[in-house]
Design a protein around this ligand. Sequence first.
Ligand code: HEC
Length: 166
Amino acid sequence: MRTYLLLLLILLTFIACSSAPTKKYDTEYEASEEISYEGWEQQTRLNKDVLDSASHNAYIDIYANDLGVNAYLKRVNKFPVGSELFKPLYADKKRKNIVRLVIMVKKEAGYDSEHGDWWYGVYDKTGKEAWYQGRIHSCIKCHTIAKESDYLFTDSVMDDIEMQDF
Ligand code: HEC
């Protein structure tokens, strides 16, 4: 009986551990590199009112650094290297609680040429702690829908933003 229980315990432990995320990073490329985006909220917020994001299932804002802002506003189809985009996700409309921060950074050609050379990050609200980063497969998969506009959903977001100005 005891052996049976012990085996069961080992089995349960095995199941629990194997289903938990074992790797923090999707890529070994940057596994040792922890980049901090502390101060991200000092960048420019593109929208006025909070946006309702169906795809990310949350309320969102979109921030960008100077390189990113200009490109985004002009809806370019190739963003300059160094463009940084930040999207805080809130649980509520009043922007009280940032659940997480998703980030995209345009890297040099060759970083991930098949997918527009974007680096993806999922961070805590301070922008200091990375939960996932690199060439995150699930992000790439959906952002590929917007391949024509350099993997960013510029058009739909800008349409929403411009609506807010009227
Ligand atoms: C199911 C589709 C989908 C997935 C998966 C997804 N995104 Fe997005 N993402 C969108 C859409 C649509 C937008 C446009 C704004 C909105 O509606 O939220 C967006 C916007 C963004 C933006 C702002 C720049 C832009 O494209 O306008 C960033 C940054 C971003 N996502 C990061 C990520 C990261 C990091 C991941 C992976 C953890 C991810 N996204 C996964 C659909 C997705």
